[in-house]
Design a protein. Structure first.
Ligand code: G1P
Ligand code: ZN
Length: 541
């Protein structure tokens, strides 16, 4: 088989964002576009000669083609071995686990996470390092630089490899090891959680529904929840991964997983329901008649982690992204754990996890995880909830009520304004940034600003610095808001507004009503309506 050097020119904008390079699928399918980015990765990491890589994706449109292109490029550049999920499938947490279990040098994950899939939707490529986690800023910056200096890429003139069944085969001198995507991951879950207790709970008539949203977690959830834990057949719905996710938006939140959300408040509600996203790293947790916000979920998991075998030794510390609610901070304070606030994006947890400074971490964007892998992990969160519910024999609503009674309640919501004119969104942020120093003491609706600053982060492990990570405004009485622009959107700009207040003895159930003063204060300070021309957010979570 011949190695071919293909002359190429850099393409604009191959700059990895919050979570790899995410673009329209058609852009990725342009001749040379994916190849350029993959070659830039190889160049940025000092080549792949002699290395072992993990490869897989969430099964979205172009996943299979992209995997073949990457295999040929890895072989052409001298990689020793690529471990690839059967059918080129691997959930993001399973890929992270494989990299770690097999001591691989890194991995490529093909996914645009929760963004829709299809020829006219989104595609993405993410590089993970040897610790199993998303490449840190230093590496993503090097990839971007390499992409700007590219003049050729290497590929192999070879036919496609059959990825339809587990086996090891060769591509040139490189070994291609096709593995079952579920097995190693399921084994890890069995080590962390009390499967016997969960099985006993489910056998006692406890009803569970898991919505895989036609995305990658289908096969994982069927194997773990139905086969290994004995949930009734059919408990996993939308279990078959489809290239366009059944035309859906595989994002597990009350808006995009509305049928599941509605079911939990309906007459035949199951006891427990959950959903995961396109690549399996996000989760939404629901209990009969109740929605568990992701920030609360992190706090409840932390407070009860000791009930799970994998965490019986205790929690070393916790971390949350800065815009995530401070519910987990209160648990940490009560238990004497350290608690870190990091910029948005899972990569910022990597060093803290590697250094053993934290055990659990999470983001308000339906992401929770621990030191078992270096990605957030949707099914892991579902199993941890089930383990805690089995150990306490409480309902989800009962567990939350007890949590709020002990720690108070952090009212929390995120308002997203999507596909906003990019210039208008950037001007809104720039003007508010300029105004920050004058805000303290200022009246905003019924609230008074107590502090205002742009969040920057110094990594406590390697001292690296991340600037401009969101505008954070606090109000007298403890409420706060954060405004930032999304780093994962593919159209215009997405403005995210995070809202939080705290009540020691909570009453009421309406989150938006509880946050009304904060919402009004943000509008007074930032003028979102006038500047974006929008009357209301597109998505409220
Ligand atoms: C979003 C979330 C962020 C998450 C990322 C990847 O990024 O807000 O918490 O880590 O997706 O799943 P954003 O679009 O806000 O940059
Ligand atoms: Zn995801």
């Amino acid at each position: 088989m011949q190695v071919k050097s293909v002359p190429t020119k850099p393409v604009e904008g191959q700059k990895p964002g919050t979570s790899g390079l995410r673009k329209k699928t058609r852009q990725f399918m342009q001749p040379g576009y994916l190849e350029n980015f993959v070659q830039a990765i190889w160049n940025a990491i000092g080549g792949v000669s002699g290395k072992t890589l993990v490869l897989g994706g969430d099964g979205r449109f172009f996943n299979d083609r992209a995997a073949q292109i990457i295999l040929r490029m890895a072989a052409a550049s001298g990689a020793a071995r690529v471990i690839v999920g059967q059918g080129a499938l691997l959930s993001t947490p399973a890929a992270s686990n494989l990299i770690r279990q097999r001591g691989a040098d890194g991995g490529i994950i093909l996914s645009a996470s929760h963004n829709p899939g299809g020829a006219d939707a989104d595609f993405g490529v993410k590089y993970n390092t040897a610790n199993g986690g998303p490449a840190p800023e230093s590496v993503t910056a090097a990839i971007h630089e390499a992409s700007e200096r590219l003049d050729h890429y290497l590929t192999l003139e070879a036919p496609d490899i059959d990825l339809s069944r587990p086996r090891t085969t060769g591509l040139g001198a490189m070994a291609v090891e096709v593995v079952d995507p579920v097995t190693d991951y399921a084994t890890l879950m069995e080590k962390l959680f009390d499967f016997n207790a969960i099985r006993a709970l489910l056998q006692g008539g406890y009803q569970l529904r898991f919505d895989a949203m036609h995305a990658v977690t289908g096969p994982y959830a069927v194997e773990i929840l139905e086969r290994r834990l004995g949930a009734a057949p059919g408990s996993v719905i939308n279990a078959t991964p489809l290239p366009d996710f059944g035309q859906g938006h595989p994002d597990p939140n009350p808006v995009w997983a509305k049928p599941l959300y509605d079911a939990i408040f309906g007459p035949d509600a199951p006891d427990f329901a959950a959903a995961s996203d396109g690549d399996g790293d996000r989760n939404m947790i629901l209990g009969r008649g109740i929605y568990v916000g992701p920030s609360d979920s992190l706090a409840v998991l932390a407070a009860n982690a000791h009930l799970c075998p994998g965490y019986a030794g205790g929690v070393r510390g916790v971390a949350r992204s800065m815009p995530t609610s401070r519910a987990v901070d209160r648990v940490a304070a009560a238990r004497g754990w350290s608690c870190f606030a990091t910029p948005t994006g899972w990569k910022f947890f990597g060093n803290l996890l590697d250094a053993g400074m934290i055990t659990l971490c999470g983001e308000e964007s339906f992401g929770t995880g621990s030191d078992h892998v270096r990605e957030k992990d949707g099914l892991w969160a579902v199993l941890m909830w089930l383990n805690i519910l089995a150990a306490t024999r409480q309902s989800v609503a009962g567990l939350l009520a007890a949590h709020w009674a002990e720690f108070g309640r952090s009212w929390y919501s995120r308002h997203d304004y999507e596909a906003v004119d990019a210039a208008a969104a950037e001007a809104l942020i720039a003007d508010l940034r300029a105004a920050l120093p004058d805000l303290p003491g200022q009246q905003a609706g019924a609230l008074t600003v107590s502090e205002a600053a742009e969040f920057a982060y110094t990594d406590p492990v390697d001292g690296s610095r991340a600037e401009r990570q969101g505008l954070e405004i606090g109000f007298v009485g403890g409420a706060r808001t954060v405004l930032r622009l999304s780093g994962t959107g593919t159209e215009g700009a997405t403005l995210r507004v995070y809202l939080e207040s705290h009540e020691a003895s909570p009453t009421g159930t309406d989150t938006q009503a509880a946050l009304a003063p904060v919402i009004a204060a943000v509008e007074a300070l930032a003028g979102i309506r006038a500047r974006t021309g929008r009357d209301a957010p597109d998505v409220i979570t």
